[in-house]
Design a protein around this ligand. Structure first.
Ligand code: NAD
Ligand code: DAU
Length: 335
């Protein structure tokens, strides 16, 4: 089996590729990534010499390049992780989100049709459903995205379903909750909080800190994607949940405890505009139909995660030495 992984130099994509090479030994992987500010080949340094792995730099929205890539490689499946993924950045400038997340997905769908690729997995998010006060969203719930990021992801999901309806393009969509684990770009809450604390800085918490997210260890998400790739049905949507809902302030308290720091290293900053209050998914379908369930306990996996960032300081320090947080300081800290 030969698969194309788009966005494989990012957080989830790099964890997915590593797991494929470890656990699906006959598979070959082509990693197609634009290497935007968060695409980092250092995430895959350990597998660079593997003969089953090849990296190609490029943009999923570049029709000609995608066409020649698909013509050259006889692919069995594509799994699309490539995206602009950070909500705060989408509030400052939505245009790269529209180009990559919407137009890029359309270019891939066209390629799947033209080259008759048998499987296309589109990696989406719980954020497409919007916020929910009580209960959980199922795959049949309406989409009600609340940020430019989630609107771009919802648009891509609808495009995938429309291609299935119109052309029988063999696409399956996954919608997962918040991931954490190794190699997450340190602009997201958990790696940002850990690296701030390790540098002796307070953790910025938006608004009252009572927004709720459901957290899943990245390896459990990757294993759910294996199930969808191997057993999922075309035209279907699969929710993937961590079943670990926490307020942001709880997450920060847990991290401070694991890092052995005082609970007052917190800086309440202004709220994210349009900040979704709570995300929650019902994932009975993937559990029942594909037999998936998360393997990791939340507390143990959080400890593994903190240990990983402690042991890989040079990885995040190199990233933090760059300019990547300038937008953030302007938006939240009025600098
Ligand atoms: P990430 O931002 O860490 O990585 C995205 C990768 O895509 C980077 O390597 C980047 O260089 C690449 N990329 C961006 N634009 C591209 C383009 N035009 N062409 C080719 N490559 C491009 O993101 P992530 O957190 O690993 O998320 C991966 C996917 O999973 C995204 O589609 C995201 O919406 C989805 N998702 C993420 C989470 C989460 O908690 N992180 C949860 C659910 C779903
Ligand atoms: O739910 C899945 C989504 O999770 C993915 O689709 C997105 O790609 C991913 O970025 C993530 O989105 P969130 O906005 O939930 O993640 P983030 O880490 O940015 O924020 C998590 C929560 O913490 C959110 O309520 C905002 C808050 N927050 C975030 C940061 C960066 C803070 O309070 N302080 C911070 O400094």
């Amino acid at each position: 089996m030969k698969i194309l992984v788009t966005g494989g130099a990012g957080f989830i994509g790099s964890n997915f590729i590593r797991l494929v090479l470890q656990e699906r030994t006959p598979w070959e992987v082509v990693n197609f990534d634009k290497l935007t500010y968060c695409g980092n080949l250092e995430n895959l340094k350990d597998i660079q010499g593997d003969k089953r792995y090849r990296f190609v730099r490029g943009d999923i929205a570049d029709r000609q390049l995608v066409d020649s890539l698909l013509a050259e490689n006889h692919l069995d499946a594509i799994i699309n992780f490539a995206a602009e993924s950070h909500v705060d950045r989408s509030i400052l400038d939505a245009s790269p989100f529209m180009r990559t997340n919407v137009e890029g997905t359309m270019v891939l769908l066209e390629g799947v049709n033209k080259y008759k690729i048998k499987k296309f997995i589109h990696v989406s998010t719980d954020e497409v459903y919007g916020s929910i006060t009580k209960g959980s969203f199922s795959e049949l719930s309406n989409l009600s995205p609340g940020s430019p990021y989630s609107a771009s992801k919802a648009a891509a999901d609808l495009l995938c379903l429309a291609y299935w309806n119109t052309f029988k393009t063999p696409v399956s969509i996954t919608r997962c909750t918040n991931n954490y684990g190794p190699y997450q770009f340190p602009e997201k809450l958990i790696p940002l909080a850990i690296s701030n604390v390790l540098e002796g800085k307070a953790v910025p918490v938006y608004g009252d800190g009572l927004n709720v997210r459901d957290w899943i260890y990245v390896e459990d998400h990757c294993r759910a994607l294996f199930e969808v790739l191997e057993k999922g049905k075309p035209g279907e949507v699969y929710n993937i949940a961590g079943s670990s809902e926490k307020t942001n302030i709880d997450i920060v308290h847990i991290l401070l405890r694991l890092l052995g720091q005082k609970q007052d290293m917190i800086d309440f900053v202004k709220d994210r505009p349009g900040h979704d209050r709570r995300y929650s998914l019902n994932d009975r379908k993937i559990r029942k139909e594909l037999g998936w369930k998360p393997r990791h306990d939340f507390n143990e996996a959080m400890k593994l995660t903190v240990d990983w960032y402690r042991e890989h300081e040079s990885w995040w320090q190199r990233i933090r030495a760059g300019e990547y947080l300038k937008y953030y300081e302007k938006m939240y800290l009025n600098r």
